[in-house]
Design a protein around this ligand. Structure first.
Ligand code: A3P
Length: 317
């Protein structure tokens, strides 16, 4: 007998093999409901759509890859668990942030999609899925979502490095993939559609969807940490504030702190079909590093495309 998960996964593989496909990135991408995906990741998403059971007190951290997922996971994990762990003996000192907050759709080491169903409430989960792919919208209105976005130019450069590291030995031509990115052809792309969906939801339901920018966390991290705690329904008490707890959260989750830990320099993240060095999640962690990789002309081109897409939305970069 075929286990149910394998049965559905086989049927998804078949379905995915018939979708429009385009080459150019390190693996061909398939188009599904107006978004481009690596086939394996789309399969994970389809399985998650069948198996994920939203709970009203779930908190979902949503991002596109390379927009600061690792950082957001670290910050939110630290905020919601602050009564449980001391800063000197904290799980993040020995575990990569990607490990402490599981993805809804990406399987963890040795695990399957049932793993997240076995977690106690309230769950802190993450996803790269577009909002319209999360069953929440139909089944459950009350989960909280934190979305983190980033300047598309920096996200693009970060993606380029990551993709080259991920697929050992692959060296993607930056100019070529930049053109594809500008067309909206990139993993989880079009880049702007992904964040616009969440942006609109945050305008309609600000108490349930919080929209953050990487650049805003960089410019005043303690302020964002306080806002996150408020949004998550766990505001800092006066004593915590006076005791500098928000600042300690910032320090623990800071790029320099995390990147220098042994676990993040030498450890591995293992999934069912992949193996990732923890160090790939830490490169420079800066705002504006794009200037070192793409020309002003390219930057202007991407900025104009994004600005056009943002017209009428109220969102600016
Ligand atoms: P760069 O490649 O620009 O350095 P993700 O976690 O979504 O994969 O995003 C990775 C990007 O976030 C990388 O950007 C990485 O260096 C940066 N990053 C990782 N941890 C961070 C942290 N604690 N603070 C700020 N940026 C961080």
């Amino acid at each position: 007998e075929i286990p149910p998960e394998h049965a559905s996964s086989k049927c998804h593989t078949n379905f995915i093999s018939k979708l429009p496909t385009r080459e150019g990135w390190s693996q061909p991408l398939v188009l599904y409901k107006d978004y481009w995906f690596r086939p394996q990741l789309l399969e994970n998403i389809l399985v998650a759509q069948d198996t994920y059971m939203p709970r009203s007190n779930d908190v979902i951290l949503a991002t596109q890859p390379k927009c600061g997922t690792t950082w957001l996971k670290a910050l939110c994990f630290t905020i919601v668990n602050r009564s449980q762990y001391s800063f000197s003996n904290h799980p993040l000192l020995t575990r990569n942030p990607q490990h402490v907050v599981p993805f809804i759709e990406i399987r963890n080491e040795g695990g399957d999609h049932n793993y997240i169903e076995s977690l106690p409430s309230p769950r802190l989960l993450s996803t790269h899925m577009p909002l319209s792919f999360i069953p929440i919208e139909t089944k459950n209105q009350s989960c909280r979502i934190v979305y983190l976005c980033r300047d598309p130019k920096d996200a693009f450069v970060s993606r380029w490095y990551f993709e080259n590291k991920l697929f050992n030995g692959c060296s993607l031509d930056l100019g070529k993939i930049f053109d594809m990115f500008c067309e909206g052809f990139s993993p989880y792309g079009p880049f702007w559609n992904h964040f616009l969906e969440y942006w609109k939801a945050s305008m309609e339901r600000p108490e349930k969807v919080m929209f953050l920018k990487y650049e805003d966390i960089k410019s005043d991290p303690a302020l964002v940490v306080r806002k996150l705690a408020d949004f998550l329904g766990m505001p800092f008490t006066k004593a915590e504030d006076d005791g500098g707890i928000p600042e300690q959260v910032v320090k623990l989750c800071d790029f320099e702190t995390l990147a220098s830990l042994q676990v993040n320099q030498t450890g591995l993240v293992r999934g069912k079909n992949y193996e990732l060095h923890n160090s790939v999640f830490f490169r420079k962690g800066r705002v504006g590093d794009w200037v070192n990789h793409i020309s002003e002309e390219m930057a202007g081109r991407l900025d104009r495309i994004v600005q056009e897409k943002l017209i009428g939305s109220g969102l600016t970069f």
